[in-house]
Design a protein around this ligand. Structure first.
Ligand code: TXA
Ligand code: MG
Length: 356
């Protein structure tokens, strides 16, 4: 693990990390979203090593990270005008674009899809590493497949120590959730994964887009989302996650009654609360993820809070649902996947729960 200044990365650790990338090794590095696990994106063996280290299914493609727009033309066969507009506005930043791939992009990167995901990250360490390596860097989030994405170097080690060559420790990431993924190879474009750049931001520039329904639900094994990553139970701590959705007072009451039932069974229960409700729970472990008035803060704390429950030895996490405005759409997408579809609705809209 090498420490690096997140604002003005020192040359030495960057050159050492770039050397590992060029040799075909694996380097975890900070981006403004989450830590990535990087390898030379043009070297199929190096990319295959990413899949092994994470235990990632081979049908789940990787994003290629570039340090400038010129590099995109070597990876994408065409650049739709919407891509140019979005790049002007949101790059560098948390927006990945699905573009028609060039034949030179290895199959292992795209999992055989005709499109390739490309993103220019905004983090100085990520940009310096890509530049020094001189190649596009393939990088999924630097967690074991299925676990919450890492937002600090310690999270990376918790999952991948001994399986990768180097971690660049640039402190905590900013956004805290992975980039927005927009597939531009179809008309209208499809939002495959929500993130820091919201549908409203995108539509304001390029007009209507479609939202992949997989964002809202957990699909069955045989169903095919546009983005293979949306298929799996994902972002999940070791504990079972149950999300309770509805008016806040009903949610609090339901969480307390569920907590009581689980504790009766002898299970260790934790509640993921918000600043507005933390006092409402009679449960041993209550962790606050942030204020409902500040959804970006909740986004940045979500994954580290889920990991913290594991460190408390919690077996069942009961989580309040959150408003889906702005980045809240991305927060709830991750929470639903972490819960593997275990969502309980309470309050006026839920007749069954009301009778119960
Ligand atoms: O913020 C991020 O995007 C982070 C940092 C490291 O850049 N990376 C990241 O990568 O989250 P990963 O591999 O954990 O998630 C990539 C997602 C997966 O859900 C994958 O299925 C989808 O993007 N994806 C990649 N290429 C795709 C493609 N050509 N078409 C559709 N979905 C794609
Ligand atoms: Mg991931």
């Amino acid at each position: 693990m090498l420490k690096v200044d997140p604002r003005r990365p020192e040359l030495e650790p960057i050159l050492e990390a770039a050397e590992v990338i060029r040799r075909g090794g694996l380097v975890a590095f900070p981006t403004e979203t989450v830590y990535g696990l990087g390898a030379n994106g043009l070297n199929p063996e190096a990319v295959a090593a990413i899949f092994r280290a994470k235990g990632r299914p081979a049908d789940n493609p990787l994003i290629l990270h570039v340090a400038d727009r010129e590099a995109v033309s070597e990876l994408a066969a065409a650049l739709p005008s919407a891509a140019r507009v979005l790049m002007d506005r949101f790059w560098p930043g948390p927006l990945t674009l699905g573009l028609p791939r060039r034949p030179g992009v290895p199959d292992v990167v795209t999992a055989g899809l005709p499109s390739v995901g490309v993103r220019m990250p905004a983090h100085p360490v990520a940009l310096a590493l890509i530049r020094a390596s001189g190649v596009p860097i393939a990088a999924p989030s630097a967690n074991v497949s299925g676990r919450p994405s890492p937002t600090r170097a310690g999270d990376v080690l918790e999952d991948l120590e001994g399986r990768i060559d180097l971690v660049l420790d640039g402190g905590e990431t900013g956004v805290g959730l992975e980039s927005t993924f927009l597939d531009l190879t179809t008309d209208p474009p499809v939002l495959c994964r929500p993130g820091g750049v919201t549908p409203t931001d995108i539509c304001a520039l390029i007009g209507p887009i479609q939202i992949d329904p997989a964002i809202y639900v957990n699909l069955e094994e045989h169903e095919h989302p546009r983005s293979p990553g949306q298929k799996y139970t994902h972002y999940a701590p070791r504990a079972d996650v149950i999300v309770v959705d509805g008016p806040l007072e009903d949610v609090q009451a339901k969480i307390n009654s569920l907590a009581y039932e689980y504790m009766e069974e002898g299970r260790r229960v934790g509640v993921m609360a918000t600043a507005e409700s933390r006092g409402a729970y009679q449960v041993p472990v209550v962790l606050e993820v942030g204020s409902r008035k500040n959804l970006p803060m909740i986004a940045s704390a979500l994954f580290s809070t889920l990991r913290a429950f594991d460190r408390h030895g919690v077996e069942v996490i009961l989580a309040e649902s959150l408003p889906e405005e702005g980045i809240g759409l991305a927060v709830m997408n991750r929470l639903r996947k972490a819960a593997g579809g275990r969502i309980i609705r309470v309050g006026a809209e839920s007749g069954r729960e009301r009778r119960a």
